[in-house]
Structure formats: C-alpha cells, structure tokens
Design a protein. Sequence first.
Length: 132
Amino acid sequence: MQQLPKRLLSIDVLRAITMLLMIFVNDAGGVQHIPEWIDHAKGLEDRMGFADTIFPAFLFIVGLSLPFAINNRIKKSDSTRQVLFYILIRSAALLIMGFYHVNLEEYNLVGGINSEGCMGTGYYYSILPDLA
C-alpha cells in the first residue's frame, strides 16, 4: 500500500476554513437583511467588510503552499525545466478555467455553449496538468 504524503495540518485547516468562508460570503451577497459588516464594501466606501478579507487569506495560503509544492516536485527528482513546465501548464489551466467561469456563466443562447460544455472543458483543463 502506498503511503500518503506528509501534509502540514495547519495549512490544510486554514485552507478548509477559507474555502468554507469563501462559499459563505459569495452566497451571502444575494441575501437581504444580512449585517453590513459581512458583505463587501461598496465602490466608494472607505471601509473593509468581512467578505473583503477572504481573498487575501486565500492568497496567503497560496503563498504558503507554493514552496512545499515545489519542494515535493524536486523530491520526486523533477528537473528545473519540468517544474517550470508544470507551473506554466497549471497556470494556463487556471487562467482558462477562470475565463470560462467569469465570461460564460450566463451564456445559454441557442447554439452557444451550455453549462455542460463549460464543465466538460473545465474538467479537461483541470486534469491536463496531471497528464503532463
């Protein structure tokens, strides 16, 4: 039986809490009569809502995780070129999925891309780094 890789529990817990809060604040945005401090600050308001702190926390976790991920690739005896190729493919896949998520969320016109098409494309690009 293959042994699971060692993981840093604190990063996993912080990632899980951040993802849970990300879902919560995204869904809370459409709810009426929620406390003002939970929602995003409006365009010209000089304040910061709770929802405005979630994405920086996510970026903090990404920054924490990157050295561990790169070190794991190096431990697998990947060359610098392979690591850079993996980073480029993964970045391109995330950018393409983000493009589809932002721009094609409501695109349901006859003959256009339906939601299954977007999901299928997203699935393809999400497994692409694993195939490399």
